[in-house]
Design a protein around this ligand. Structure first.
Ligand code: GTP
Ligand code: MG
Length: 367
């Protein structure tokens, strides 16, 4: 039986996993290989799934909890992709606040499903600003110690650590960050790439294609700290439908960016800290995506549609250090205010807001 190569690209919220996975998948497809992608979230209604499907990729999803707690759903989703399309490669994107993936996903796959899947390395991406602050020991990191614990555990278990978004770094900043990583994790492979611009991406491809990866020993993980770190985040997925009753058209790109900007200001005014706000707008077959990955940066339009429309569906995914009830209130209020701003009607549905529950892995196997 042909084994499917299974790759996983992890990293903290907003590190650029989906962007890098799309580039990786495109590379394999250009080589004539079939690729399936598996996305993952604590809730349903995923921006990442819609975004990757809009780019033409075959995507299955595991929703309702992370891969480790829904290991059997991950297997079922991978099998479904295999039945439908017989992919040569499956690339999985875990939830950005997850760690211990080597012991709870990769090893169980190798030990229990090794006949079906050939495992590649676990790559973990990091946002430069997180790396600089946490590894550099800055005091005002905008990051709680428990969230920093998860971030560091992700790097510790990685086969390959990938400094992403180097298009935003000077040569000095890049050298300093790779030095901090080498000091903290001696012997670990460290790459520096831009998933979006494609710089140095060939190095990540070479690393992902390695067949002789020696996995690092499984780190010990304190599940109390891990669970408390995850539970500091308010998680919200929702759908906002906009409709122009007058027939006047509005720009899809403008509404997604404005809603992200509005949410960012509202979150900050409420004393919260956004980890990742992402909104995907769909209208008449067109797709626009706006993101915000930190309160020190502006909202950006990561996918431009150029579309003008009289009706749109916005999928809102917010991961914010703020009480989930408050986050839900802000999303309701700011969606209504957005509708007023664009003189359209608005309906909010499928709202799920909660703190992620304690992870209870299906399996935990040591390397
Ligand atoms: N400058 C720059 N921005 C990037 C790069 N890669 C991703 N981004 C941007 O970072 C934001 C988050 O990217 P995603 O790919 O959605 O990040 P993610 O890790 O999948 O996020 P979650 O799934 O929410 O954890 C988007 O605005 C991207 O356009 C990069 O290499 N350079
Ligand atoms: Mg993603």
């Amino acid at each position: 039986m042909k084994r499917t190569r299974f790759l996983m690209v992890g990293g903290f919220l907003g590190a650029g996993k989906t962007t890098a996975i799309a580039r990786l998948a495109r590379h394999y497809m250009d080589q004539g290989l079939k690729v399936g992608i598996v996305t993952n979230d604590q809730a349903y209604g995923l921006v990442d799934t819609l975004s990757l499907r809009a780019q033409g990729f075959k995507v299955g999803e595991v929703t309702g909890a992370c891969f480790c707690c829904k290991f059997n759903d991950l297997i079922a989703t991978a099998e479904q992709l295999s039945q439908e399309d017989q992919p040569d490669v499956i690339i999985a994107e875990p939830v950005g606040s997850c760690t211990d993936l080597m012991a709870t996903v990769m090893e169980p796959l190798r030990q229990l499903y090794g006949e079906a899947y050939e495992l590649g390395p676990l790559a973990v991406l990091l946002k430069p600003e997180h790396g600089q602050k946490i590894l550099g020991g800055e005091s005002d990191v905008g990051f709680s110690p428990k969230a920093a614990y998860i971030f560091l555990k992700q790097l510790e278990e990685a086969d390959v650590v990938v400094v992403n978004k180097i298009d935003k770094l000077s040569a000095d900043e890049r050298t300093q960050l790779t030095r901090l990583l080498a000091e903290r994790f001696p012997g670990k492979q460290v790459l520096a790439v831009s998933g979006r611009a494609g710089s140095n991406f060939a190095e990540l491809i070479t690393a992902m294609n390695r067949r002789d990866a020696q996995h690092a020993p499984t780190p010990e993980v304190d599940y109390d700290i891990y669970a408390e770190g995850e539970a500091e985040l308010g998680w919200l997925n929702a759908m906002v439908r906009l409709h122009s009753h007058t027939g006047r058209r509005f720009r899809l790109d403008d509404v997604v960016v404005r809603l992200v900007e509005r949410l960012e200001s509202a979150v900050r005014a409420a004393g919260g800290e956004p980890a990742h706000l992402k909104i995907l707008g769909a209208a008449d077959g067109a797709t626009a995506i706006a993101n915000l990955v930190s309160s020190t940066q502006d909202a950006e339009l990561s996918l431009r549609s150029g579309a003008e429309t009289t009706a749109a569906e916005l999928t809102v995914n917010a991961r914010v250090a703020l009480a989930p009830e408050m986050l839900a209130e802000l999303v309701e209020r700011e969606s209504a205010a957005l509708a007023d701003e664009f003189a359209v009607e608005c309906a909010l549905s499928d709202l799920q807001s909660f703190r992620p529950g304690r992870p209870v892995p299906t399996h935990r196997l040591q390397t």
